[in-house]
Ligand binder design. Structure first.
Ligand code: ADP
Length: 640
């Protein structure tokens, strides 16, 4: 086994790898950028080497610097984690050239799977079923469009070099093709420096089921069952689980065998994941193979009882796989929820800022938290906005899901917007509880997940009133305790009035809606948990989570200056394109400008028909969140 390894990554995955290395008696070297000087992974490692400025292009992605860090610290091997350099064939080659072991597959396997197009050709030859589509070399837009027209809409445009759902666009009709292609290509160029596209038939309502495979240097190959990662937003996974609900052992064996065939076809070594789309008839189609450890690997660890990072280190050191296929068994059910700094109510826009307060559920054999963020840390705009992965396990799906809800309601993050409430709502929706999931789940169940329906609000409103009352009484009791006369009637906060019981109404917002509630002194329902934050409080109920806050009385000071649509930058980012000209009439919803932030494009759209009278920024300009981007005149104003 290695004596010392370098982890070429940051955040939760760097911490995760360090944990296993320590348990195996392997010394660890962390690397860090300016933004991560005090990060958890740096503190956990035995040593740490500085790489450079915060942007990953100047630190975590600079191959020479990472290699030098390994050489100067005497590390024998490099674990790349996921993202960053983990699937970079040049990095893998450079490791070998400097006598360092790359903890991952051979460079040929990375190259074979690096392009989704090339991978599909190899898999076709290995007899692995594919999603129908065009994965040819001719990238002429007319050829791509012809392929789409021929296979029939909807189609999905995908960046061959893609990952993380970037550079991907669904196209529902021929008239949308050109704009979608341009946008997908731009996003791909930006994120991967490569805009080769493939066109696939866009399957409606499939499930994303992936198989974890593992191979060693001695021709042994096994699969560690499946993960269902169907619940996605923007084609990115949100909650993953293992095993897949409703999976039969027959189908599992077929998919497992196909995945192992895929791995063998490229002489694979180490941990890999073969991703399939599974349709409602039980047919499955190869999508791509990820030649690294996946974000969601913990659910596999929880049901198999294996430590996949340990397996990776052993395989990279030349040892045989720790288990044969027949020794592997599924035990119970596990979920992983990805906790992100993002705003689900605002199209999941990434958020950044300081985590000013953090309280997490207790970790035990049922609850595991993989995180690289501690209280006081900054979630910066430079990296992925993931705060933590919450993983739960129990003997069956229902029990595990109850643990997930419980743990989510115990997860409190202050200082920035997170998706915790959204995850809780997802985990408490009926369809999810029944295991009726597919990749369209979030869109289909929007009303339930976002809890904006009238009956949800009327359910939550009295509970909010009770919560406010309980909080007032607690505050009053605390004040009474501190006073000279704790029993004075002046400390009562139970709405007592002479000759009548007053229940003065209070205006609160629940989600986006304002309602009047009576502050009754009824005791709060025991199934409801109230979590107070700096602004307002959250009610965690059996019917979902509700964000509530008291509205300050209207003193008539507010100016009515609401716009029908925001034409300001949603967050810090770069202007990438202006899609209309000043003075030209545009229709409502038409894209006027595109901003790129955190490698994701955001469209600034016309709030109504009208014209842009002036663009305040040009492509390439950096803009701060909230900055006015352009002057827009609605059509009615032009007519006047
Ligand atoms: P990435 O590498 O960017 O994550 P994938 O190829 O893994 O992209 O696809 C991400 C997700 O997009 C899938 O999990 C699935 O939900 C959806 N998807 C991909 N291809 C198709 C398709 N042909 N039809 C329907 N959905 C698809």
């Amino acid at each position: 086994m290695f004596k010392k390894i370098l982890i070429a990554n940051r955040g939760e995955i760097a911490c995760r790898i360090i944990r296993t290395a320590k348990a195996m008696g392997v010394q660890t070297v962390a690397v860090y950028s300016d933004a991560d000087r005090n990060a958890l992974h740096v503190q956990m490692a035995d040593e740490a080497v500085y790489l450079g400025p915060a942007p990953s292009k100047e630190s975590y992605l600079v191959i020479d610097k990472v290699i030098q860090a390994a050489l100067s610290s005497g590390a024998e091997a490099i674990h790349p984690g996921y993202g960053f350099l983990s699937e970079n064939s040049i990095f893998c080659q450079q490791c070998a050239a400097h006598g360092l072991v790359f903890i991952g597959p051979p460079v040929e396997a990375i190259l074979a799977m690096g392009s989704k197009s090339a991978a599909k050709t190899i898999m076709e030859e290995a007899g692995v079923p594919l999603v129908p589509g065009y994965h040819g070399n001719d990238q002429n837009p007319a050829v791509l469009k012809q392929a789409a027209d021929k296979m029939g809409y909807p189609v999905l445009l995908k960046a061959a070099a893609g990952g993380g759902g970037k550079g991907m666009r669904a196209v529902f009709g021929a008239h949308e093709f050109d704009e979608a292609l341009a946008a997908a290509k731009r996003e791909a160029m930006n994120a991967f420096n490569d805009d080769i596209m493939l066109v696939e038939k866009y399957l409606l309502g499939p499930r994303h089921v992936e198989i974890q495979v593992f191979c060693d240097q001695h021709q042994n190959a096994v699969y560690l069952f499946e993960r269902d990662c169907s619940v996605q937003r923007r084609h990115q996974k949100v909650i993953e689980e293992a095993p897949a609900p409703g999976m039969t052992s027959d189908l599992r064996e077929k998919m497992g065998a196909a995945a192992v065939r895929a791995a063998r076809a490229i002489n694979y070594e180490g941990a890999g994941t073969v991703e399939f789309l599974l349709d409602s008839t039980g047919q499955f189609f190869f999508m791509e193979m990820n030649t690294r450890l996946q974000v969601e690997h913990p659910v596999t660890e929880m049901i198999s009882g294996q430590d996949l990072v340990e397996w990776q280190l052993r395989v990279a050191a030349g040892e045989p796989l720790p288990c044969a296929q027949e020794q592997l068994q599924i035990n119970g059910h596990a979920f992983e929820a990805r906790i992100y700094a993002e705003d689900p109510d605002n199209d999941f826009l990434p958020a950044s800022g300081q985590v000013t307060g953090l309280r997490t559920p207790q970790q035990n054999r049922h609850v595991r938290i993989d995180s690289g963020v501690v209280e006081g840390d900054e979630v910066s705009i430079y990296y992925d906005p993931m705060i933590a992965k919450l993983i739960v396990w129990d003997s069956d799906r229902d029990r595990a899901l109850a643990r997930l809800r419980e743990a989510l309601s115990d997860y409190q993050i202050e200082g920035l917007t997170s998706n915790v409430r959204f995850l809780y709502n997802l985990a408490s929706s009926d369809a999810f509880c029944q295991g009726n999931i597919d990749t369209g789940f979030i869109e289909q169940h929007e009303a339930e997940i976002f809890r904006q329906r009238a009956d949800d609000i009327s359910y939550a409103a009295p509970l909010a009133g009770q919560a406010i009352s309980a909080a007032r009484q607690q505050r009053a009791a605390a004040k009474a305790q501190r006073s000279n006369d704790p029993n004075s009637p002046w400390h009562l906060a139970n709405n007592w009035r002479l000759n009548q019981l007053a229940t003065p109404p209070v205006t609160i917002t629940i989600g986006q809606q304002q309602v009047e509630v009576e502050v009754t002194s009824a005791v709060l329902d025991s199934c409801v948990k109230v979590v107070t934050q700096a602004q307002g409080f959250t009610l965690f109920t059996p019917r979902g989570a509700f964000q509530c806050s008291e509205v300050a009385p209207d003193l008539g000071l507010d100016q009515d200056n609401h716009h029908s649509g925001s034409l300001s930058a949603p967050m810090n980012g770069t202007v990438v394109a202006l899609l209309t000209e000043t003075g030209k009439t545009v229709s409502k919803g038409q894209t006027l400008m595109v901003i790129e932030a955190m490698k994701m494009e955001h469209a600034i759209v016309a709030p109504s028909a009208g014209t842009v009278s002036e663009f305040f920024y040009q492509p390439g300009d950096l803009v701060d969140g909230g900055t006015e981007l352009l002057a827009f005149a609605a059509s009615e104003e032009i007519l006047q």
